[in-house]
Design a binder for this molecule. Structure first.
Ligand SMILES: C[S@@+](CC[C@H](N)C(=O)[O-])C[C@H]1O[C@@H](n2cnc3c(N)ncnc32)[C@H](O)[C@@H]1O
Length: 270
């Protein structure tokens, strides 16, 4: 695979994997029709359409991201889906949200709030500040995968590389790991905290979008393992995980794999 994909392209190409679970996730979080919410770290706008469908024509979604370039792509998407009236896009940071207190009924943040190594407690407090009493905060992130059927040792070693554990880093405070979100929620004074993991499975024959999404995801997840694997494991990695290899594992006629996406939600008191 060419290594020249931009991050925006990677988000677009790998999105079909997330789309497989997003409907189930939305039915669990149960945002109500007519409500107004914030997609914090909306990126290129992958979730704006489905969030709009959930809240309906009387609802509203604000997409916030720190990247002006991503917001430009998101703007193209909302025009394409004809949801301009339902969506406002805003540039800004989840560390310091550019909104008044009690603005939204809910906030949603996928692979953004609490995911990167910055200050998750502050981010959760910020999200809680802009949500009305009784409103809901949802954060979620990619949490695990089994993508190399028949090669559990190689997969375990790839997952243990620096890139494999990103965005978590060697030496990082364990309290900053995404799965510690219930503690951040407690410190922010939220209640009814609930975590749940969702599973998406893939089975051959893979459709083109999922095939491409997985190919892209192999690269995002384990793209540069050289130096962290033994010579034999690196050879095996190249044989199984690179699309130009005759043994590329996604071509297995009986391929099966899954990933999990984990979500934490809580309610703002009042
Ligand atoms: C992995 S992408 C996820 C995008 C989108 N939520 C999705 O699921 O497709 C993470 C996004 O968070 C944004 N981001 C990172 N730090 C941020 C911050 N402090 N405030 C707002 N957005 C931020 C990035 O620009 C990027 O768009």
């Amino acid at each position: 695979m060419p290594k020249s994909y931009s991050y925006a392209e990677l988000l677009e190409l790998s999105n079909p994997l997330r789309e497989m679970v997003i409907k189930e996730v939305l039915s669990f979080v149960a945002f109500q029709p007519g409500t107004s919410g914030l997609d914090a770290g909306c990126g290129i706008g992958n979730h704006l359409k489905i969030l709009c469908d959930t809240v309906g024509e009387d609802g509203h979604v604000t997409g916030l991201d720190i990247s002006g370039d991503f917001l430009k792509i998101a703007k193209g998407k909302i025009e394409q889906y004809n949801i301009n009236k339902q969506v406002t896009l805003k540039k800004g940071s989840i560390d310091n949200l550019p909104f008044e207190d009690n603005t939204f009924d809910w906030t949603w943040s996928a692979d953004c709030a609490g995911y990167y190594d910055n200050n998750p407690e502050r981010q959760i407090k910020e999200l809680a500040r802009v949500v009305k009493p009784g409103g809901t905060i949802v954060i979620m992130a990619w949490s695990s995968q089994q993508l190399l059927p028949g090669y559990p040792r190689l997969e375990a070693r790839l997952n243990a590389t620096k890139q494999g554990v990103l965005p978590f880093r060697t030496g990082q405070d364990p309290a900053l790991h995404f799965f510690r979100a219930p503690g951040w929620f407690k410190k922010a004074g939220l209640f009814k905290t609930e975590g749940r993991s969702f599973i998406a499975s893939f089975q051959a024959p893979l459709d083109d979008k999922i095939f491409k999404a997985l190919e892209t995801f192999f690269d995002m997840r384990w793209g540069s393992p050289k130096g962290e694997l033994s010579e034999n494991d690196f050879k095996l990695y190249r044989r199984l995980c690179l699309p130009d290899s005759p043994d590329f594992i996604l071509n297995l006629p009986d391929y099966y794999a899954f990933f999990t996406y984990t979500l934490f939600k809580a309610v703002v008191p009042g």
